[in-house]
Design a protein around this ligand. Structure first.
Ligand SMILES: *[C@@H]1O[C@H](CO)[C@@H](O)[C@H](O)[C@H]1NC(C)=O
Ligand SMILES: *[C@@H]1O[C@H](CO)[C@@H](O)[C@H](O)[C@H]1NC(C)=O
Length: 227
């Protein structure tokens, strides 16, 4: 009882509905919106910024943005910084999670640089993937991002959160991710403010495992509230 997901993440057009539904249920789970032309980011900058502003206006308190991968692949680091900076400003008070789409960034050096730039530009979280790339969150990429977070913390004293996403489906997978965070960043990062799992497909397995823990058997399909 009292255990919830850290946020509910929806497309911008559904923010109003999600806010309304959660409010009606007397529930204070924050609503997050993907924005900036998720997942590919192939819309004009002006449109992407407006999308953020509208989602915030509708009640999203967290915004997940995608970056322009070409800026990374062609080494235009300042332009990348400027773009994320504009996302940051458009978010206002809302938290900014920057999705790097690491499956499309090439070598790990690019992942490290993009991570640092996203943090320098004011991201509250850096996130591995949209879940739509052909390669999702992997452990090598995660270690690079976590060490970038650690380096940034040592240099600035600012703690930035980490969110692996895409293809994380089982409760066992989530334990591996939890241990990785504990090993690389320590217990203080194991909070909803600093660690999230993009987990659309994970919830039903966690429910199955809890059901098994409580009853000693796995639930039939109809025993679970949602599948
Ligand atoms: C992404 O960056 C590249 C390289 O500067 C640029 O040509 C392209 O128009 C940008 N894409 C978008 C959607 O703004
Ligand atoms: C990536 O994640 C998405 C969303 O969970 C999933 O549908 C897809 O199969 C995953 N791809 C790989 C290669 O794991």
């Amino acid at each position: 009882k009292g255990i919830t997901t850290a946020a509910v993440c929806v497309y911008p057009a559904r923010v109003c509905d999600a806010v309304k539904a959660l409010k009606a249920a007397g529930c204070s789970i924050p609503v997050a919106a993907v924005a900036t032309g998720f997942p590919a980011g192939q819309t004009h900058l002006k449109t992407r910024l407006e999308e953020i502003r509208l989602a915030v206006e509708d009640g999203a308190t967290e915004i997940d943005v995608v970056i322009n991968r070409t800026l990374v692949l062609t080494g235009q680091w300042e332009a990348l910084y400027d773009e994320i900076r504009q996302f940051r400003k458009a978010c206002g008070e809302a938290h900014l999670k920057t999705i790097l789409a690491t499956g499309e960034l090439g070598p790990l050096t690019n992942v490290y640089k993009a991570s640092l730039i996203a943090m320098m530009a004011g991201s509250d979280f850096i996130k591995t993937s949209t879940g739509k790339e052909t390669v999702n969150a992997t452990f090598p990429v995660a270690i690079v991002m976590l060490r970038a977070i650690r380096d940034f913390f040592w240099k600035t004293g600012n703690k930035v959160g980490f969110k692996p996403a895409g293809g994380i489906r089982t409760a066992k997978d989530s334990l591996a991710w939890l241990s990785l965070i504990k090993e690389e960043l320590g217990d203080e990062w194991l909070t909803p403010e600093l660690f999230r799992i993009g987990a659309s497909s994970l919830l039903s397995d966690i429910e199955r495992q809890i059901y098994h823990h409580v009853t000693g058997r796995y639930a039939a399909y109809h025993d679970l509230p949602m599948s």
